[in-house]
Design a protein around this ligand. Structure first.
Ligand code: ADP
Length: 317
């Protein structure tokens, strides 16, 4: 791929016809792997990514267990055929770094304290790469975690912003990534808190501030696409079935002390709960995404684990 003569046409549109603040089209399919607890296939422009989540399950070897919390392992991997020139299979410095920062991008939302001694494995496989694969993988992994019913405070959405020919652009394409002046991948919670930020290249302070505004708007758009994908999967279940089986976590009533009558409990009717644990009666098989407040109900990690032979360090940690 050679450097394009110009990155913008006379109307200010980019090489692929996008506006500077426009993300590439994203398509998400939920629950594509039957052996995973949760999974997602995501296409974003020409990126194709598959994410699978396994667990929570007992962590082996036991000496790696943390008695107070689950650990999350995240493996980002590019398939050998995912780029023009074949990549040597197996971990390398880049994939090890991306795995680490991506795992950390989920730390603030995944409620690991509910599963002591357990492990949650996230695998993100890039099948076709075209710039922005770490952000694509994070978006897919967030969906796969939700599909697995892992309690989270919310989804994580990720997008890159960068600078090309002196202009800030959202969600860099391949040429923009290769020949641009800056590339800034960012992941954020649904409240807009940043959980990952990396930067290649240079931006002025003002450009950086503007870039962060742009990427937050992009993140919100992606969050909507992620939510729609989850909704369309779980709307397959009949409403009555869900209502029968659902356990709705209502928020703890606010207790206020009234000096004259002692303790008075007030339930704030206006507080909406977004805490919904949806379980079938059948062996607690999970059928729904779980977004919970901090005091969510515990769930034991799977008793049956088939990874007795997982060795320490096998996954990039
Ligand atoms: P990201 O994919 O998150 O943007 P990089 O900025 O490191 O990560 O990579 C940009 C793009 O460069 C990738 O999406 C991929 O298309 C390409 N790329 C990355 N690593 C390789 C590699 N080893 N061989 C060929 N192309 C690569």
């Amino acid at each position: 791929m050679s450097k394009p003569e110009k990155f913008f046409d006379e109307n200010g549109l980019r090489l692929d016809g996008r506006r500077v603040d426009e993300i590439r089209p994203m398509k998400i399919e939920v629950g594509v792997l039957s052996r995973a607890d949760g999974s997602c296939y995501l296409e974003w422009g020409n990126n194709k990514v598959l994410a699978g989540v396994f667990g929570p399950r007992e962590l082996h070897p036991r000496r790696m267990q943390r008695p107070d919390t689950a650990i999350v392992r995240y493996r980002y991997n590019m398939a050998a055929f995912s780029v023009e020139d074949r990549i040597r299979p197996g971990p390398n410095r880049r994939s090890t770094e991306i795995s680490k920062v991506s795992r950390e991008a989920f730390e603030p939302v995944v409620m690991t304290h509910l599963y002591p001694s357990a492990v949650i494995d996230v695998f993100a496989e890039v099948l076709q790469a075209d710039a922005g694969t770490r952000t694509a993988a994070i978006n897919a992994a967030a969906i796969a975690l939700a599909d697995a019913g892992i309690p989270m405070k919310g989804l994580v959405s990720a997008c890159a912003v960068g600078k090309v020919d002196g202009k800030l652009v959202l969600d860099l394409g391949k040429e923009e990534d290769n020949y641009g002046d800056a590339d800034l991948p960012v992941a954020m919670t649904q409240d807009g808190d940043i959980t990952l930020i990396q930067m290649d290249g240079n931006l002025t302070q003002d450009e950086f501030k503007e870039a962060m505004e742009m990427v937050k708007v992009g993140g919100k758009q992606i969050l909507e696409i992620q939510r729609e994908a989850l909704k369309s999967k779980f709307s397959q279940f009949k409403t009555e079935e869900i209502e029968e089986a659902a356990v709705i976590e209502t928020p703890e009533p606010d207790a206020t002390i009234d000096e004259t009558v002692g303790i008075e409990t007030e339930v704030d009717e206006s507080v909406e709960t977004d805490t919904e644990v949806i379980e079938t009666e059948d062996d607690n098989e999970k059928v729904g995404a779980v977004f919970v407040e901090d005091d969510a109900n515990d769930k034991e990690p799977d008793e049956n684990t088939d990874d007795e032979d997982v060795e320490e360090g096998e996954i990039n940690e």
